[in-house]
Design a protein around this ligand. Structure first.
Ligand SMILES: [Cu+2]
Length: 113
């Protein structure tokens, strides 16, 4: 009897995990775009809501990154045409740079509704 109870408990945990994995993304969340071109992030200043995603795409011939100033997130190296997505859950201001070209600076503000 004790064994059976344990097994059921374990199964319950698995079901909860599956339900979480299948839960749809927040329907209100949006995806924004930042284009990297001519050694600049466009737009340089972007305001989004918590849960939104920013898609960074590089249109320059040279590689760039979008790298958080405090190391909280990083797109990694983006070559011409490459893109990376970053989702921002927490509110706050996130200044970022390109690690190859530190004069490339921009900012994302995550503002609750
Ligand atoms: Cu760069």
């Amino acid at each position: 009897m004790r064994r059976l109870t344990r097994r059921v408990t374990r199964l319950g945990g698995l079901l909860v995990g599956a339900a979480l994995a299948l839960a749809p993304a927040d329907p209100a969340a949006e995806t924004h775009r930042v284009v990297i071109e001519r050694f600049a992030f466009v737009p340089a200043e972007l305001s989004i809501r918590p849960g939104d995603t920013v898609r960074f795409v590089n249109r320059d011939l040279v590689p760039h990154t979008a790298t958080d100033g405090e190391g909280r997130w990083d797109t990694g190296t983006l070559s011409l045409g490459a893109a990376a997505r970053v989702t921002f859950e927490a509110a706050g201001t996130f200044p970022y740079v390109c690690i190859f070209h530190p004069s490339m600076r921009a900012r994302i503000r995550v503002v609750p509704e």
